[in-house]
Design a protein around this ligand. Structure first.
Ligand code: ARG
Length: 457
């Protein structure tokens, strides 16, 4: 039965009913819907809008429905128009006339706005928890790899040596910014639209402060028209999710590169890779590729909402129903992606020798060789030229800088001496870099300390 049948005489077209219906996706927040109704009923009773006895009956009826759905005793009827109609109709079936009073002073417009906010709020907290777990994995790999040397890249060309701890520390920063963005979004969305009515509030003496408090909001929203039509918080969350996916996708791209036959920096655990149906030798980085691929899907959800909202006149319009599928799909995608990525990362094996020799053989110590000349009195611009010629010579001789004899060094500049070897060893190149945020031992200890603090805050 429709909640709005009174005004209508004609039969509803079946296709219209199907097109209009949202139960297949809004049943997802049945818990929020019932909790919101409990708070509303309690407030109606407190304000004397319905009797205490009626409020109690409604409350008890809702508790039973909640428990019955949770236990599987009551299944949600997919023929209902939406979750709001379903709960109300079961309540009325079960408790009779008192059930018909639940919707006093309320509209589905403020009801759905409330449900969605509550659902979005807990989703943001769940995603933040998943990120915290990922950050914990990253930090533990950092702690184990303070001296795992590898090339740092610019333009995907070997640039200067870093450590795995330093490299992963960059992702720690990205994902902790993502967490702080989620927190900001929750703080901004945490106001209750319940009591906004259809758009213009109501003549009943509703206590909006009370329902906001019962439902754990910081307070009621300030404008009823905004209350029913605001979906900014979903757009913000989708932007937060998009940023998380973008970070995961960058990281995935690196995993894919590191996993190539050419690099072989890592081995992906069997559980997180798949084979080829035709090429027996293949072990593919599918999870990383899927995370990269699914990033577009989350961006798509963000665009869907931005576009759905851009032409909407105040206040509620049915277009707003389109917020749900896009949001839920993005939420599932981001949650699964973080979880799987975390599992893949935690089981990665790093080929430390290959990483170190890649750094050694990529002239990543060329800057340090130039700096060496500078400390021996050669102006930096000249030193840059000398080392450039030395690199060309090494390429020709198929040698690393460290492999040259002292005589070979001296052919390029008399300023070279035996201490050049120590000055350009991977260890020195990395460990002398101790400015804040750099890969040197002291700087990395400090960074790890900072990461611990972030995780514990
Ligand atoms: N399913 C609707 C939605 O998601 C609920 C609100 C219905 N309100 C209305 N005026 N038809 O937006």
């Amino acid at each position: 039965m429709k909640l709005w049948g009174g005004r209508f005489t004609g039969e509803e077209n079946e296709l219209v009913a199907k097109y209009n219906s949202s139960i297949s996706f809004d049943s997802r927040f049945w818990r929020e819907d019932i909790k919101g109704s409990m708070a509303h009923a309690l407030m109606l009773g407190n304000q004397g809008i319905i009797s205490h006895d009626e409020a109690d009956q409604i409350h008890k009826g809702l508790v039973d429905i909640y428990n019955d759905i949770e236990s599987g005793k009551l299944s949600i009827d997919m023929e209902a128009e939406d979750i709001h109609s379903f709960v109300e109709s079961v309540l009325t079936e079960r408790i009779g006339d008192a059930g018909k009073k639940l919707h006093t002073g309320r509209s589905r417009n403020d009801q759905v706005a409330l449900d969605m906010r509550m659902y979005a709020r807990s989703s943001a907290k769940e995603v933040s928890k998943l990120l915290k777990k990922l950050l914990t994995t990253i930090l533990s790999i950092m702690k184990d790899n303070k001296e795992t040397y590898m090339p740092g890249f610019t333009h995907l060309q070997k640039a200067q040596p870093v450590t795995l701890a330093h490299h992963l520390g960059a992702y720690f920063e990205m994902f902790s910014r993502d967490r702080s963005r989620l927190k900001d979004t929750v703080n901004r969305l945490n106001y209750s639209p319940l009591g906004s009515g259809a758009l213009a509030g109501t003549t009943y003496p509703l206590d909006r402060e009370m329902t906001a408090k019962v439902l754990d909001f910081a307070g009621p929203t300030e404008n009823s028209m905004d209350g029913v039509s605001d979906r900014d918080y979903l757009i913000e969350l989708l932007s937060d999710f998009s940023m998380i996916m973008m970070h995961l996708s960058r990281f995935s791209e690196e995993i894919i590169i590191w996993n190539t036959n050419e690099y072989r920096f890592i081995e992906i655990d069997d559980a997180y890779s798949t084979g080829s149906s035709i090429m027996p030798q293949k072990k593919n980085p599918d999870i990383a590729e899927l995370v990269r691929g699914k990033t577009g899907r989350v961006y798509g959800a963000l665009m869907t909402l931005l576009t759905a909202l851009k032409g909407l006149p105040l206040a509620y319009n049915k277009d707003l129903q389109e917020d749900k599928e896009a949001f839920f799909d993005a939420l599932d995608t981001v949650s699964d992606s973080i979880t799987l990525f975390d599992g893949m990362l935690a089981t990665l094996k790093f080929n430390k020798d290959i990483m170190a020799s890649s750094a050694k053989n990529g002239f990543t110590n060329a800057t340090d060789a130039a700096d060496y000349l500078v400390t021996h009195g050669v102006p930096f611009r000249d030193a840059h030229g000398i080392i450039g010629r030395l690199v060309l010579y090494c390429i020709d001789q198929k040698k690393a800088l460290d492999d040259l004899t002292i005589d070979e060094f001296k052919q390029f500049s008399p300023a070279f001496d035996k201490d050049i070897y120590d000055a350009i060893s991977l260890k020195t190149c990395v460990e002398k870099r101790n400015t804040i945020g750099a890969p040197g031992t002291a700087a990395i200890e400090r960074m790890i300390q900072h990461c611990e603090e972030v995780l514990n805050s």
